[in-house]
Design a protein around this ligand. Structure first.
Ligand code: URA
Length: 221
């Protein structure tokens, strides 16, 4: 069952949980035949920030939770570095079932999941939607320039505020992207007015090294 924040959920939380329950039994695309668990997303309906990645990977597919692998550890450390706790934000993906072999989502899979993602955004009404990587960018801001040109910008569209940034997994592949990723999270901190360590804090750099080692050991990247 999707996670809830307590025994007595608000109507908003109940709505969000109901969307999650639909994802768990969804058969709208072929991925339901190969997935272990659907991964609706986690976090409170009151979240000020929503982070959207690409698709569940191997560990997410087994645990039913998003961003629990190496990229998730880096994401957690980046969030904490700017004063945001994972528990306070809603984390999800463009598609809710793992594509076999972690291949890119197909257009029909993105389409099949689009109602779930749109409904989650409509319920939560986050102040900022963090678009993690090019698949989230293409899904929510199809007319935006590529991620390398628009990352770190606060973009207003359809009465919502988006911030595209590099996907944490991309920074695990390509360490040269990490400074830009950290700078974008710093902009997020300034926009949301959260307190946090400076981005150059050793904790973040350490987490990056740890996540990279874990990724290599798991053969994820
Ligand atoms: N884990 C997720 O849940 N999503 C991604 O995009 C990558 C890793």
């Amino acid at each position: 069952m999707p996670e809830t924040t307590g025994a007595d959920p608000t109507p908003k939380q109940s709505h969000l949980d109901a969307i999650g329950a639909q994802v768990l039994t969804c058969t709208k695309c072929a991925l339901h035949r190969t997935r272990t668990l659907g991964v609706p997303g986690v976090g409170p309906a009151t979240a000020r920030l929503m982070a959207i990645g690409e698709a569940p990977g191997e560990r997410e597919d087994k645990e039913g939770r998003p961003f629990v692998g190496a990229a998730g550890r880096l994401l957690t450390e980046l969030l904490e570095g700017v004063g945001l706790s994972r528990q306070d934000i809603f984390i999800t993906n463009v598609i809710k079932s793992r594509p076999p072999g972690n291949r890119d989502p197909l257009p029909e899979e993105v389409l099949a999941c689009s109602d779930y993602l749109d409904a989650q955004i409509a319920v939560i009404q986050p102040e900022v939607i963090l678009l993690l990587g090019r698949h989230a960018l293409q899904r929510l801001l199809p007319n935006a320039p590529g991620i390398s040109r628009c990352h770190g910008q606060l973009i207003r569209a359809d009465e919502r505020t988006y911030m595209p940034c590099y996907h944490p997994a991309a920074a695990l592949y390509q360490a040269s992207l990490l400074p830009a990723l950290r700078a974008d999270f710093e902009k997020l901190r300034m926009h949301l007015g959260t307190q946090g360590e400076r981005p150059a804090a050793p904790g973040v750099a350490g987490a990056f090294e740890g996540a990279k080692r874990e990724a290599e050991q798991l053969g994820l990247f």
